[in-house]
Write a protein that binds this ligand. Structure first.
Ligand SMILES: [Zn+2]
Length: 635
C-alpha cells in the first residue's frame, strides 16, 4: 500500500494513495499546479545553481572548494524526488517519471562503494565524513533520501533508488549503530527517515537505529553552540521534555520520529511524553494560523505566550513538520484535535506559501507586515527568508520542495479506516474506497464547496453487505454543526460524529458546518496581541491588507468595532473599522491616552484569506486587529 506513513498498528489506519483521489476544489487545483509548474521549477533552479552538478562532480572526482550550495542542498534533490515519486503514482505522469529516473541516475553515480552518499564531505579536499555533526547535515540529507526511497518503494517497488538508499542506510547503521560512533546529527531527520524505511522494507534494524539516535539525544551529545543546545534539542532527553523548544523544524522532525518509534515499540511512555509536548506547545507556543516558531534568530520556538505577529517566523517547513507530527498522532490515537491542527496548518501555512502559479514561495509566514515588500525578481535567488513577497527560490531553499512533496501526497491525509469503517478528517471533493474486514466495502464520494461553503455531502457509492461506521470530524470551531442522515437532522458537537448502518449506494449523509465569519479573541497572556481580535471563517484565518486602505499608515492606526459584527465580503468578510490619524510626535510616549487628530469616519474593512495575502502585489497586512475600546462613539 502506498502512503507516506504506514505504522504497523494504531487506532486508525492510513488509506493508500490509490484509495483516495481529490476530484475538484481548492486542494485539487493546488495539486495540479504543483504537478504542472512547481516540480519542474524546483529541478530547474537546482540545475541552475549547481546543486545537481554537485553529484556529478563527486562521481567525476572534480569536487573543489567552489562547491555551490549549503551542506544540506542534497536534501532538496531528495525532497523533489519524493514529490516526483508521489506525483508519478497519483497521475501516471510520464514527465515526472522521467525526471525521477534522471535524478536517480545522477545521485547513484555519486555514491561511494561503501554506501556513503554526500556531496559536501569526504571527497577530494572536502572535510572528512562526519567531521561536523553539529552543522554538516550529512545524516539529515540521508534521512530525506530514505523518505524519497519510501515513496518510490511504496508506489513502484524496488528500483535503483531504493537499492542505493538501502546501502546508504546500512552505512549509517554500521557507522552509528551499537558499537559504532555514539553521535547524532545536529538536524533531526535521519530518525524519521530510518523509521519509515524500516517499516517499508520490514527491516526492524532501521527502526532500532532510529530509536538509538533518539535516545542518544538530549545528553549533551553534540558540541555546544552559541545558540545553546536547545537549538538542536540536545538539552534534554525527549522523554523528559515538557514542551517544544529550539529550532522548530528540528524539534518537529524529531518528534515525528519519536511517534514512529513509540508506535513500533509499543512504547507508551514515549508516546504520552510526545502527546503532552504537543498539548502544551499548541496551547502556548502556536500562532492562530497553526504556524510555529516565534524567533528569527534561531528559527525557533519562543517562550510560552511569546507570539509576536510581526516577528512571527512560522517557517513553511515548520508547518509541514507540524502536520507530520499531528498526522502520526492522529493515526496512533484517532483524536480529532490532531486533524483540527492539520487543517488549520494546511489552509494557513502550507497553502499560504506557494503563489497561484506555483513558482514563488513564502519561507517565513508572519502575521503582520508593516511595510509592503519589494516584488521579488523571478530570476533572482532571495537571500532572505522574510521580505513580504513570495520569492522564486532562496539561498536556503528548504520550503519549496517541502511544499511540493506535501501537495503531491496530500490526498493521503484526508481519511483513514479501521475495522469498522471510514473516518473523514479533511473535507474536499474526493472519491474514497476501502475494503473492511468481513468483505465489506466502504466507498464514498464527497461533494462540497468547503471551505467557502459549509455543506459537505458524503454520497455512498457501494452497497454494504453489513453495517459499517462513517465517522466525520466536526472541527473545534464548528459549534452548531448539524448532521443529516435518512431525512433526520441532529446537532453534532465538535469532535467526531458517527453514522453506523448498512449503507446502500446512493445514500447521502450531509454535514453542515457553520462557516460564517467569526471573531476570535486571544488569551490575554499573548501580550503582543492583547486588545486585538482576529477574524476567521471556517478553517481560514482572514487578514486586512493595506492595498485595500489609503496606505500602510492606515493599517498601523486602524481600530475595529466588534459590536457591529461582521458582514460577508467578496472573499471573506467586512468589519466595521475606523482609520484614525495621529499627529507627528517627537516622543511616542505620553502622560495620557493618545488622542487621534481625526479620522475619515467608519468604513467597511475588507478581510480576505490570510493564505492569499500579497497575491495582488506588495502590501502591508495584519491578522490581529486592535479593538476600539472604549467605543469611540460612546466617548
Ligand atoms: Zn523551510
Amino acid at each position: 500500500m502506498s502512503s507516506p506513513v504506514l505504522p504497523s498498528h494504531g487506532r486508525v489506519r492510513p488509506l493508500g494513495l490509490a484509495q483516495v483521489s481529490l476530484t475538484g476544489g481548492f486542494w485539487h487545483e493546488r495539486q495540479a499546479v504543483n504537478a504542472s509548474a512547481t516540480l519542474a521549477h524546483c529541478e530547474s533552479w537546482m540545475e541552475r545553481l549547481g546543486w545537481l552538478a554537485n553529484f556529478d562532480r563527486v562521481a567525476d572526482g572534480t569536487t573543489g572548494p567552489d562547491r555551490p550550495g549549503w551542506p544540506f542542498s542534497d536534501s532538496e534533490v531528495y525532497k523533489l524526488m519524493e514529490a516526483l515519486a508521489w506525483e508519478t503514482a497519483r497521475t501516471g505522469d510520464q514527465e515526472a517519471e522521467a525526471a525521477f529516473k534522471r535524478l536517480t541516475a545522477r545521485v547513484a553515480r555519486a555514491q561511494d562503494r561503501d554506501g556513503y552518499l554526500n556531496t559536501c564531505f569526504g571527497h577530494g579536499d572536502q572535510p572528512p565524513r562526519y567531521s561536523d555533526l553539529e552543522g554538516g547535515h550529512e545524516l539529515y540529507n540521508t534521512g530525506h533520501l530514505l523518505q524519497a526511497a519510501v515513496a518510490r518503494l511504496r508506489t513502484h517497488g524496488e528500483d535503483d533508488l531504493v537499492r542505493l538508499a538501502r546501502r546508504a542506510a546500512d552505512h549509517v547503521c554500521r557507522t552509528f549503530g551499537p558499537g559504532g560512533r555514539a553521535g547524532i546529527c545536529g538536524h533531526p531527520e535521519i530518525e524519521v527517515g530510518l523509521a519509515e524505511f524500516g517499516r517499508a522494507l520490514g527491516e526492524e534494524r532501521y527502526v532500532e537505529q532510529a530509536r538509538l539516535f533518539l535516545d542518544r539525544r538530549g545528553h549533551g551529545t553534540l558540541r555546544d553552540i552559541p545558540l545553546g543546545r536547545a537549538y538542536f534539542q540536545d538539552d534534554l532527553p525527549i522523554r523528559e521534555a515538557r514542551v517544544w523548544r529550539g529550532h522548530a523544524v528540528r524539534a518537529l522532525y524529531l518528534t515525528a520520529a519519536a511517534v514512529d518509534v513509540a508506535v513500533e515499540r509499543g512504547d507508551d511512555e514515549l508516546l504520552h511524553a510526545v502527546e503532552r509536548q504537543w498539548e502544551r506547545s499548541v496551547a502556548r507556543r502556536t500562532y492562530i494560523t497553526g504556524g510555529m516558531g516565534s524567533r528569527h534568530q534561531d528559527e525557533g520556538f519562543g517562550e510560552d505566550w511569546e507570539l509576536p505577529p510581526d516577528r512571527a517566523y512560522c517557517e513553511t517547513c515548520a508547518g509541514v513538520a507540524s502536520i507530520m507530527v499531528s498526522w502520526r498522532l492522529l493515526l496512533a490515537t484517532g483524536d480529532a484535535r490532531y486533524a483540527d491542527l492539520i487543517e488549520r496548518t494546511l489552509y494557513n501555512v502550507v497553502a499560504a506559501s506557494p503563489s497561484p502559479d506555483g513558482r514563488a514561495f513564502f519561507y517565513a509566514n508572519p502575521l503582520h507586515q508593516r511595510t509592503p515588500g519589494r516584488a521579488a525578481d523571478p530570476d533572482e535567488v532571495s537571500p532572505r527568508a522574510e521580505g513580504g513577497t513570495r520569492a522564486a527560490w532562496f539561498d536556503v531553499s528548504c520550503c519549496p520542495t517541502n511544499v511540493a512533496r506535501t501537495l503531491a501526497s496530500l490526498h493521503g491525509y484526508l481519511a483513514t479506516s479501521d475495522d469498522d469503517g471510514l473516518q473523514l478528517h479533511q473535507y474536499a471533493p474526493c472519491a474514497i474506497g476501502a475494503e473492511l474486514p468481513d468483505g465489506r466495502r466502504a466507498a464514498v464520494e464527497v461533494e462540497t464547496g468547503y471551505p467557502r461553503t459549509g455543506t459537505v455531502r458524503v454520497r455512498i457509492t457501494a452497497d454494504a453487505t453489513a453495517p459499517w461506521t462513517l465517522t466525520l470530524r466536526v472541527p473545534a470551531w464548528a459549534a452548531g454543526a448539524t448532521l443529516t442522515d435518512e431525512g433526520r437532522t441532529r446537532e453534532v458537537a465538535p469532535g467526531l460524529a458517527e453514522v453506523r448502518r448498512a449503507f446502500r449506494a446512493g445514500d447521502v449523509v450531509t454535514l453542515d458546518l457553520p462557516v460564517e465569519p467569526r471573531f476570535t479573541w486571544p488569551d490575554p497572556r499573548i501580550d503582543a496581541v492583547r486588545g486585538c481580535v482576529a477574524v476567521e471563517r471556517g478553517p481560514e484565518v482572514l487578514c486586512a491588507e493595506s492595498r485595500d486602505l489609503p496606505g500602510p499608515a492606515a493599517l498601523d492606526a486602524l481600530v475595529i468595532d466588534t459590536r457591529a459584527g461582521l458582514k460577508p465580503g467578496d472573499d471573506g468578510a467586512l468589519a466595521r473599522a475606523l482609520l484614525p490619524a495621529h499627529p507627528g510626535r517627537a516622543w511616542p510616549y505620553l502622560t495620557h491616552r493618545a488622542d487621534p487628530a481625526g479620522d475619515a469616519g467608519w468604513i467597511d474593512l475588507p478581510l480576505r484569506p490570510y493564505r492569499s495575502w500579497a497575491q495582488r502585489g506588495p502590501t502591508g497586512m495584519r491578522v490581529w486587529l486592535p479593538v476600539s475600546t472604549p467605543h469611540p462613539e460612546g466617548e
